[in-house]
Each structure stands twice: as structure tokens, then as C-alpha cells.
Design a protein around this ligand. Structure first.
Ligand SMILES: Cc1cc2nc3c(=O)[nH]c(=O)nc-3n(C[C@H](O)[C@H](O)[C@H](O)COP(=O)(O)OP(=O)(O)OC[C@H]3O[C@@H](n4cnc5c(N)ncnc54)[C@H](O)[C@@H]3O)c2cc1C
Length: 335
């Protein structure tokens, strides 16, 4: 693993590391990404991924980051760009979100302004309330490929490294880098010793799409507390679980069976759809997202951008742009 001569090292090749590295590379910096796992093996690939803040420490920055990310996703799909790089990967999807409780309020992740209450006939058994909504829906494997590609086109490099034991190891890998950006997701717990950061494990099953186009998210049902199905072209991502404090990443076959059964209760055709893949990720949850710069003892600047919980895709571009501003300020390159 030869060292890189980049000006900035980004640790992490999930959605947070890649979007941050793109912002830096497109601003003209020489950027290297160093990561223990390639994009398709990260937590990011396990996301469904529906836009909407969920399971993340809420503060005033979160709505701004989410809105900015939604705008960036809309730009990616705007016909005016004449680009079809994300065709079939990022789309505005329609669907239903339902709760078992007879709640007057829609769930936190549902975008205000696009909601209408469901007619009783539209609400599946086991749920009391439902809303129709539309929101950006992202097929993560293809989206991560798109991001890695875009980073390469902007001149950034990506190296799959050993797992850095500490930021000093990262610094040794990038001796010329004056700034290191920590986008290690749950890995930041060990990388920088952050005991406020915990894992909320999530498991999903990928099946062949029997012809669905609308998504469904149901919470609080008696037999399975979180049920979702996200159709992406020829596959559907089925979920899910939220298991705080569990950080193993092997798919559990019994859990997979429960997920399939819960989704088949919503859409029976999913019951015998071919199973194509199992995905497990560790949502990096802390009381609030850590996005700040600090001075390392060796004089470098470390910009932290981690702890996005169940909303990393939703917040990615907003956080990436803020992190890039901190890096540029540290390099004295901010006008
Ligand atoms: C089942 C599931 C469903 C989800 N659904 C959604 C959704 O619908 N919408 C949404 O917005 N979000 C969703 N999320 C949350 C989202 O996936 C995460 O918030 C996001 O992936 C975090 O991205 P990240 O880049 O910070 O971390 P990761 O994707 O985990 O990437 C971390 C990177 O850092 C590297 N790394 C870590 N430690 C080290 C080290 N010491 N040395 C070198 N490299 C290191 C890793 O190898 C990896 O490349 C979901 C998550 C799960 C698990």
C-alpha cells in the first residue's frame, strides 16, 4: 500500500466519504480516499434508500442538510442536465408510510408538503394510519458506483487500505496531506475513540422485483416492528431491523425469513420472489452528527464528518458541502 501524495485524505468510501471527496476534488484539490472497505461493502450499500431524516440526532443543521441533499438529488435527475448517469438509480418514488398507532402526525422522515392521508382501504391490515407520499429513492449499489466514478473523473483517487488503527496511521498513508477528513461511519468509534457513537444494526433482503414500483414503510406492527419494501428496477430491497448495540455484520437467516414474511403480508407476490442478496449495515448513531474541524497534535487539521445514523444518504450532500468548506478554510483556500 504505497503512500499517497494527495493534499487531503478522506478516510471512508461510504456515501459520506465519497460525496465529501467529490466536493473537494471538484473544488480543485488533490484528494485521496483511503478506506478499509470498498463502497459496495460498506453500510451505505445496505440502505434502502429513501430520502428523509430518520434515526439521527436532530438539531437545526439536519433539515438544512436534508433539504440541500434533496436539491442535489433532484439536480442529478433533472432532464436539463442531459445526463442519464443516474437513470434508474435515483428517482422520485411514490409510496405509503403506515403506522400501527392511530397517530395524527406523520413520521419524522416523511417530507412535509408531499403528504396526503390514505383512504382506509389503502391501509394494510395491522396498521391504523397511513400517508401517501413521494420522495427521492436511491438504489445504493449503482449510486455508490456513480459516486466513485464521478470522484475519479474529478481527479480523486481511491485506495482500499488496511483498517487504520488511529488517525496517525492515516497520516502515515498520506504524509503530504494537511487535512484528514474522517468519514469512517461506525468505524470512527475505534478510529478516534468516540464512545458516544453506537451501532444500530440493520438487515435487508434483496429479491427479484415481481413488478412493484411503489414503496411501503410500516412501523410499529405487532408481528414485525419495521417493515419496508423499496422497488428499484428489477430488484426490491426488503427490510428491516433496527438493533441498537449489535455490531455483527453476518446476515441472520431467521431474521431474513421474518423480513420476507412481513413484506409478503403487504405484497403477497414477494413471498416467493427469488432471493438475490442479503445486506447488513451498522447505522452510526450518536447524539448529534459530528461535523467539525479540530487541530491534531502534529499540526494537521482533522475534519470529522460521521455519525449520520439512519440518515446518511439523506444528509450526504449537505454535510459534504459543509465539510468541504471546513477543509478549504483550513487550507486557507476559502475566498
Ligand atoms: C438497513 C439500513 C437501511 C438504511 N436506510 C437508509 C435510508 O433509507 N435513508 C438514509 O438516508 N439512510 C439510511 N441508512 C443509513 C445510512 O446507510 C448510513 O447513515 C450511511 O451509510 C453512513 O455512511 P458512512 O459513509 O458514514 O458510513 P459507511 O457506509 O459505513 O462507510 C464507512 C467507510 O469508512 C471506512 N472505515 C471505517 N473505519 C475505518 C478505518 N479505521 N480505517 C479505514 N477505513 C475505515 C469503511 O471501510 C467504509 O469505507 C440505512 C442504514 C441501514 C443499515
Amino acid at each position: 500500500m504505497p503512500p499517497t501524495d494527495a493534499d487531503v485524505l478522506v478516510v471512508g468510501a461510504g456515501v459520506i466519504g465519497l460525496t465529501t471527496a467529490i466536493c473537494l476534488a471538484e473544488a480543485g484539490l488533490r484528494v485521496a480516499v483511503g478506506a478499509a472497505e470498498p463502497p459496495r461493502q460498506t453500510t451505505s450499500v445496505a440502505a434502502g434508500a429513501l430520502w428523509g431524516p430518520h434515526l439521527v440526532g436532530m438539531d437545526d443543521r439536519v433539515p438544512r442538510w436534508a433539504d440541500l441533499t434533496r436539491d442535489r438529488l433532484a439536480e442529478l435527475t433533472a432532464p436539463a442536465l442531459g445526463s442519464n448517469a443516474v437513470a434508474g438509480i435515483v428517482r422520485t418514488a411514490a409510496g405509503i408510510t403506515a403506522t400501527a398507532a392511530a397517530s395524527a402526525e406523520p413520521p419524522e422522515y416523511a417530507a412535509a408538503g408531499t403528504l396526503t392521508r390514505c383512504e382506509p382501504a389503502e391501509i394494510p391490515d395491522g396498521y391504523a394510519t397511513g400517508w401517501r407520499l413521494s420522495a427521492p429513492l436511491i438504489a445504493m449499489p449503482g449510486y455508490l458506483d456513480y459516486l466513485a466514478d464521478r470522484l475519479g473523473r474529478a481527479g480523486g483517487s481511491t485506495t482500499f487500505t488496511t483498517r487504520f488503527g488511529a488517525l496517525t496511521d492515516a497520516a502515515a498513508f498520506a504524509p503530504a496531506a494537511r487535512v484528514i477528513v474522517n468519514c469512517a461511519g461506525y468505524g470512527a468509534r475505534d478510529l478516534v475513540g468516540d464512545r458516544d457513537l453506537g451501532a444500530v444494526r440493520g438487515q435487508a433482503v434483496v429479491v427479484r422485483n415481481p413488478g412493484l414500483s411503489e414503496f411501503f414503510v410500516g412501523t410499529g406492527a405487532a408481528d414485525w416492528p419495521l417493515t419496508y419494501l423499496f422497488p428499484h428496477d428489477d430488484v426490491v430491497v426488503l427490510g428491516g431491523t433496527e438493533e441498537p448495540g449489535r455490531d455483527d455484520r453476518d446476515p441472520d437467516p431467521v431474521t431474513a425469513q421474518h423480513i420476507i414474511a412481513a413484506c409478503a403480508a403487504i405484497r403477497p407476490e414477494l413471498g416467493d420472489a427469488d432471493v438475490l442478496d442479503h445486506r447488513v449495515g451498522l447505522r452510526p448513531v450518536r447524539p448529534s452528527v459530528r461535523l467539525e474541524a479540530e487541530q491534531a497534535p502534529d499540526g494537521r487539521t482533522v475534519v470529522h464528518n460521521y455519525g449520520h445514523g439512519g440518515a446518511g444518504v439523506t444528509l450526504s450532500w449537505g454535510c459534504a458541502e459543509d465539510a468541504a468548506r471546513l477543509v478549504l478554510a483550513a487550507l486557507g483556500a476559502l475566498g
